[in-house]
Structures are given as structure tokens and as C-alpha cells.
Design a protein around this ligand. Structure first.
Ligand SMILES: *Cc1c(COP(=O)(O)O)cnc(C)c1O
Length: 397
């Protein structure tokens, strides 16, 4: 089979932001493509014209399509999907539904995202559950051997960040899934940076729960995200919050919680963003996640190579196989200043600080890194321009 390829000219034409900025902050929020922008703004206009409830009713099939599209994207049923305002709250709705008891063990990764770890700490303090960090292997990813050795009957949850916010690392999600499955342990995957960047299939990974956001590699509007919960698990998880959408008030003293994953949603939502998310997913599917991933990894490795040629630059990515997030520092320069200097040249990057991934950053003695994250619509010319800019910053006094 011929490898699918991205038509880069069309991809850039479809992306208004490509005409105004060099955007290497796709791990922060990627640039929306025109179809996403149009459907989102169109929905707001419809709300203004005919009324919010009326717009939702008229667009029912478009809204329902969002669940269908996400199901196709990650390989699950629509009933296993909840659309939630961001990845953190999606993750929370599942995590805080797990009934922990004193002595239960939570196994997590060195690269775990700050908000997730704060939730572990809170639940550990409330319940007496124990947080244990799986050590990394020699490549800097979750050690499968170490994980195997940590498994016992007290392990209640394995919660892993697939791709961290601060580096190119890709944790071995499917190998972890196989271990979780064999030991019948709940497996929660934070796939916030991987969904939209590479093919993700929950059956192949073997996770029970997965959370993701819309605005990052999926290119959807901000304030969108989703949660996947495996069918057999949904009714065992009582959401930490309920409302008239998540549950029915059936009689004065009784309520009944929905049986599908929408029990993790809440009633009021940003419909414009939601339909935008659906179109963003369909748009990604139309390119093909294999094609997207091939292009993203090619651009990222080109960027790493070029940055690696600059004497003062230190690449800060770990892991065996690396993704579209390229982290680096420059000797003697503050990452915040580098990011600021780049922004003066109309180049978007971001800075990832210790508190987003504290365990990893402390282990590596890092306070912050510059994060240059590429997407398929970025170009080799942009990489060249970027590296010239970084070189100038590196040699400047
Ligand atoms: C950005 C990010 C999150 C949080 O996503 P939100 O949509 O901002 O809640 C979670 N995990 C990782 C790894 C992230 O990079």
C-alpha cells in the first residue's frame, strides 16, 4: 500500500493562522482549520438568530455526530464517550469516581501531568490510598519490568500519561495495557497530547479510561475535551457530580444515573465548541491519523536534528520513540526569555515549567524548558527559519 501523504499546500491553505504566524505551540493549542472555525462561528450565529435551545434542537444530528466521530477516532462505541469541557475535568470525572480505600495502591508515571498528580495527592490524603511512581527504563519511559514487579492485589489503578506535556517522550501505552489487563487492574490513560497526533485505539492500548482535549493536536476550539470509559465499567463508576443530565430525578427521594458515558457530562455546555470538536475530529480522520503521524514525526525529527546542530542548544527530550513535542534549553539563557525573543519574531512556542511535570523535571534537574511542538501543517521552511532564529538568540549576549 502507498503511504498516505499530507497535501501540505492544502493543509496550509485550510489554516488561516499559517498566513499570520509561525506556530510551534501545537501542544498548547493548535491552529484551527477553516472548517472548524466555520462550523463553530456558524453555530454561534444560529444561536444569536434563532435562540440557543432552538439552535441545539435544530442541530441535533450535528451534535450527535460528535460522539460518532470520537468513537471512530479512538475505536469505541458512541455510548462510551462523554464530551467534557477539557481533558483535566474529563480525567477527574473518572478518577474521582473510583472508590479508593486505605492501602489501595495507585501506580503512575514519572512523566505524570501536574493536575493528575494533585488529584492523586488529594485522594491519598482523603482515603489513605498510596501513590507509587513506576521508575523509568534506561530510555526515560515507563519501565515495563519495574511495572511488572510492582503489581500485586493491592494495586487499584494504573494511571499513566501517554505523552507528557514537557517532552517528546511516548510512554509504552499498549505494553502497560497488556499488564493491566492480565492483572485485572483499572487502567486510566491521559492521552491529552497523543490524540490527534498519532493513531490511538483504545482496544489496542487496552485502557479502561482515556481522557483527551480538543484544542491541542485535534485542532478543535478551546474549552472542549472528551472522556472514554469502557462499556462494562461505566455503571460501576459513580460520577463525583451529578445533575439533571447525568441522572434522572425519578421520584421525591430517588434518582437514577444514566447508563451510558454521558453520566460524566453536565447539562449546560458550549454547543458551538462541541460541534467544532466534532468537525475537528472528522477533519483529522479525513487526512488520516497515519498520515498525520508520519508527517509530525518527520518534522519533529528534522527539527531535533537542526536544533542539535546548534552548539549552545541542549535537546531535552527523553524516550525511545519521540513525538511532535521538541523540548530544549540554551546554555546560559532563561527559557522564558527565549520564548519571548521568539515571539518578537512572530514565532509561537511555550515554556513548560517544573510544576507541570514535577517528578520528571526534578529527576532531570530542570526548572523549565522551551517547548516547540510541530503539527502536520508546519513546513520545513518554518523549521529552517526557526533554527536560524534560535541560533541568533543562542549567540546573542
Ligand atoms: C494539556 C494537558 C492536560 C490538560 O488538558 P486540559 O484540556 O488543559 O485540561 C493533561 N495532560 C497532559 C499530558 C497535557 O499536556
Amino acid at each position: 500500500m502507498v503511504k498516505p501523504e499530507i497535501d501540505i499546500v492544502r493543509a496550509r491553505e485550510d489554516t488561516p493562522g499559517c498566513r499570520t504566524v509561525l506556530h510551534f505551540n501545537n501542544a498548547g493549542a493548535a491552529l484551527m482549520p477553516t472548517p472548524v472555525l466555520e462550523v463553530t462561528m456558524g453555530f454561534l450565529q444560529l444561536e444569536a438568530k434563532i435562540g440557543g435551545y432552538e439552535a441545539a434542537k435544530l442541530s441535533q444530528s450535528t451534535v450527535e455526530r460528535v460522539y460518532e466521530a470520537v468513537g471512530v477516532l479512538i475505536g469505541c462505541e458512541r455510548s462510551e464517550i462523554a464530551i467534557i469541557e477539557n481533558a483535566t475535568r474529563a480525567w477527574d470525572m473518572a478518577f474521582y469516581a473510583i472508590p479508593f480505600q486505605a492501602g489501595d495502591r495507585i501506580l503512575t508515571s514519572v512523566a505524570e501531568y501536574g493536575s493528575n498528580y494533585i488529584a492523586f495527592l488529594q485522594v491519598a490524603r482523603r482515603t489513605g490510598a498510596i501513590i507509587e511512581v513506576i521508575p523509568n527504563d534506561e530510555f526515560g519511559q515507563v519501565s515495563i519490568t519495574a511495572l511488572k514487579n510492582l503489581i500485586d492485589e493491592r494495586v487499584k489503578l494504573i494511571a499513566i500519561t501517554h505523552i507528557p506535556t514537557n517532552s517528546g517522550l511516548i510512554n509504552p501505552a499498549a505494553e502497560i495495557g497488556a499488564i493491566a489487563k492480565a492483572a485485572k487492574i483499572l487502567y486510566l490513560l491521559d492521552a491529552c497530547q497523543s490524540v490527534g497526533q498519532m493513531p490511538i485505539n483504545v482496544q489496542e492500548i487496552g485502557c479502561d479510561i482515556l481522557s483527551a482535549t480538543g484544542r491541542k493536536y485535534l485542532r478543535a476550539p478551546r474549552g472542549t475535551g472528551f472522556l472514554y470509559v469502557r462499556q462494562g465499567l461505566i455503571e460501576q463508576l459513580e460520577p463525583p457530580f451529578l445533575d439533571c443530565h447525568a441522572a434522572h430525578w425519578v421520584s421525591k427521594d430517588e434518582f437514577k444515573i444514566r447508563s451510558d458515558a454521558r453520566r460524566f457530562e453536565n447539562w449546560e455546555t458550549n454547543y458551538a465548541g462541541k460541534v467544532g470538536l466534532g468537525v475537528a475530529v472528522d477533519y483529522a480522520l479525513a487526512w488520516g491519523l497515519d498520515a498525520i503521524w508520519t508527517r509530525v514525526s518527520h518534522l519533529a525529527s528534522t527539527l531535533r536534528e537542526s536544533l542539535g546542530d546548534i552548539k549552545e542548544v541542549k535537546l531535552q527530550d527523553i524516550g525511545l520513540e519521540k513525538c511532535g513535542i521538541v523540548a530544549f534549553t540554551i546554555n546560559g539563557k532563561n527559557p522564558q526569555d527565549i520564548c519571548h525573543e521568539l515571539s518578537k519574531l512572530n514565532i509561537n512556542t511555550s515554556v513548560s515549567g517544573a510544576s507541570s511535570t514535577r517528578l520528571d523535571m526534578e529527576e532531570r534537574g530542570l526548572e523549565s524548558v522551551v517547548r516547540a511542538s510541530v503539527h502536520y501543517y508546519n513546513s520545513l521552511a518554518e523549521i529552517e527559519f526557526f533554527c536560524e532564529a534560535v541560533t541568533r538568540i543562542a549567540v546573542s549576549a
